[in-house]
Design a protein around this ligand. Structure first.
Ligand SMILES: [Ca+2]
Ligand SMILES: [Ca+2]
Ligand SMILES: [Ca+2]
Length: 364
């Protein structure tokens, strides 16, 4: 409170002035677009660059000039633009490239508005790109290959060919466009299952391979691939396995699984081990067209029927022991043995002569 005395001699004027000092009150800009509850917009992908796709609106109650900018963009690339329009501001697509839904299906923006000394940010705006059918179907392999036996039945699925499409909800149709003049094969329009259509056409000798061209179409765009089909001779037809054997085929050969009692590549050979002729627990082993027995302990012989005796074993052991323990006679021993032997022979001869003389004398 201040008092000023202007004319003290004439009259006293008491003026009371009340000064209230307060900050200047200005209104901040307000966004009307986007606003809470209205935070989504859309546009087609591939729209021309620098196209206006959304109107941003913000006002300032003070009448200050409002400037709008993109505060943030996610993802940040490619960068969108914003330009002043007669009314409001236009969000513009990037100037150097078109936007692709398959690369970035959505963008999110936050705008800023500056009026006077105030700057505010808008609520987030989501831009959704609307799909266009701008991609061709892509096969899951560069080419395909499969085999079919010449005995396969009609309708047999040889392989399934698949293609994908980057666009939303693609509907892909499959067709054979080349390589099947006789209609030997067919392909399911929707699933891509390649099937045998006419089995009678298959001949591994005359037509060992087919090369088909298969097309995938999304209604607007197409792509093709090559499918090679190898026709195989079914080695199990006619049945090569005899005597109830089961045939299993592969691409170049067959294998027979024989029933009990039969062996050989085609189960035509009698199994010499069935019945097992090895007695007393002996093990039978096939040896060509005959067999060998591996006997259990205590048995021997072709069929393990001979009992290995203990005597035989003892004798053998004794002989072996003798052979090992008896020392060889040295030269002195040999002289003694020789003298004894000569003496013995002399005595025998003398006795023999005496007996012969006695017999002769008695005969007389
Ligand atoms: Ca696209
Ligand atoms: Ca698309
Ligand atoms: Ca497509």
């Amino acid at each position: 409170m201040f008092r000023y005395q202007v004319m003290p001699n004439i009259y006293t004027f008491l003026a009371t002035c009340v000064l209230i000092v307060s900050p200047v009150q200005t209104a901040a800009p307000v966004f009307s677009n986007p606003s809470l509850g209205h935070q989504q917009t859309s546009c087609f992908e591939n729209i021309a660059s620098s196209s206006s796709i959304y109107r941003v609106s913000a006002t300032d109650a003070d009448g200050d000039t409002v400037t709008v900018a993109i505060h943030s963009q996610n993802p940040s690339d490619p960068p969108f633009q914003i330009t002043k329009a007669i009314i409001g501001w236009n969000l513009m697509t990037p100037s150097l490239t078109t936007i692709d839904r398959e690369t970035t299906p959505t963008f999110t923006f936050v705008f800023s508005a500056t009026g006077g000394n105030d700057t505010v940010q808008s609520v987030a705006l989501t831009l959704i790109l609307t799909d266009l059918n701008d991609n061709s179907p892509q096969f899951t392999a560069i080419s395909y290959s499969a085999s079919v036996y010449d005995t396969a039945s009609a309708g047999a699925v040889i392989l399934t060919i698949q293609a994908t499409d980057a666009d939303v909800s693609p509907s892909i149709a499959y067709r054979i466009t080349a390589g099947d003049v006789a209609g030997t094969f067919s392909i399911d329009l929707n699933t891509g299952e390649l099937k045998l259509n006419t089995p009678g056409n298959l001949n591994s000798a005359s037509t060992p391979t087919y090369s088909l061209t298969v097309q995938a179409s999304d209604g607007a765009n197409t792509n093709t691939t090559t499918v090679t089909i190898h026709v195989l001779d079914d080695r199990c037809v006619p049945q090569p396995c005899q005597n109830g054997g089961t045939c299993t085929r592969n691409e170049t050969d067959f294998i027979c699984a024989c029933v009990s009692g039969w062996i050989g590549d085609t189960c035509s050979q009698d199994n010499p081990c069935i019945p097992n002729l090895c007695q007393n627990g002996g093990t039978c082993t096939i040896a060509g067209s005959t067999y060998n027995c591996t006997c259990t302990s205590g048995y021997e012989g072709l069929n393990c029927t001979t009992i290995v005796t203990t005597t035989t074993t003892t004798t053998t052991t004794t002989a072996a022991t003798t052979s090992i323990t008896t020392p060889k006679p040295d030269s002195q021993d040999l002289v003694v043995i020789t003298v004894v032997s000569v003496t013995t022979v002399a005595v025998v001869i003398t006795v023999t002569i005496a007996i012969l003389v006695y017999i002769r004398n008695n005969k007389r």
